[in-house]
Design a protein around this ligand. Structure first.
Ligand code: AMP
Length: 181
């Protein structure tokens, strides 16, 4: 299956994606994880991306789209993938359509994780990642509202939604059901 995960930062997409990836037998591809790996390894892409992650701003789309195209072209993504954190803008969604067209494949579903903002702020403060400081969190939520939320409308025909508040297993069960599994 080829699935895009949508939802605000802190909605638990990463946690759910790890479990879903195992159950569905497709790789979990997180653009945030790919950036953090590049930053950790000090690659030129990582050096460029770091200032955006530190501020909670979006990394420019040309860099992001190229990184995603390369990753989706890897052999393990041939049978499917769970995309987590991409696309984050309408422009990126259009870029993804181009990438998938070049690969000759189509998305099967867009899975939306629904959760209130106050819940995600609490979750992120508890998580304590480098970019989980309150001002950076607020900026990431602003970016989500302004840039990413419009994707819910864009993907309407492919979308299935789950309530992302609850125990990890419970939310995972809802996600599997929503995906018809
Ligand atoms: P995440 O792990 O998905 O919360 O992403 C962490 C950070 O990585 C974001 O705040 C952005 O700085 C950057 N990032 C991740 N995905 C994207 C994307 N699709 N476009 C631009 N920046 C991204």
């Amino acid at each position: 299956m080829r699935i895009v995960l949508l939802g605000p930062p802190g909605a638990g997409k990463g946690t759910q994606a790890t479990i879903l990836s195992e159950k569905l037998g497709v790789p979990h591809i997180s653009t945030g994880d790919l950036f953090r790996a590049n930053i950790g390894q000090g690659t030129p892409l990582g050096v460029e991306a770091k200032k955006y992650l530190d501020a909670g701003d979006l990394v420019p789309s040309d860099l992001t789209n190229r990184m995603v195209e390369a990753r989706l072209g890897d052999a393990d993504a041939g049978s499917g993938f769970l995309l987590d954190g991409f696309p984050r803008t309408i422009d990126q969604a259009e870029a993804l359509e181009g990438i998938l067209q070049r690969l000759g494949v189509k998305l099967d579903a867009v899975l939306e994780f629904q959760v209130d903002e106050d819940v995600v702020v609490e979750r992120m403060l508890a998580r304590g990642r480098d970019d989980d400081k309150e001002d950076v969190i607020r900026n990431r939520l602003r970016v989500y509202r302004e840039e990413t939320r419009p994707l819910l409308e864009h993907y309407k025909s492919l979308e299935v939604s789950v309530d992302a508040v609850g125990e990890v297993d419970e939310v995972n069960g809802r996600a599997m059901t929503a995906l018809g599994k």
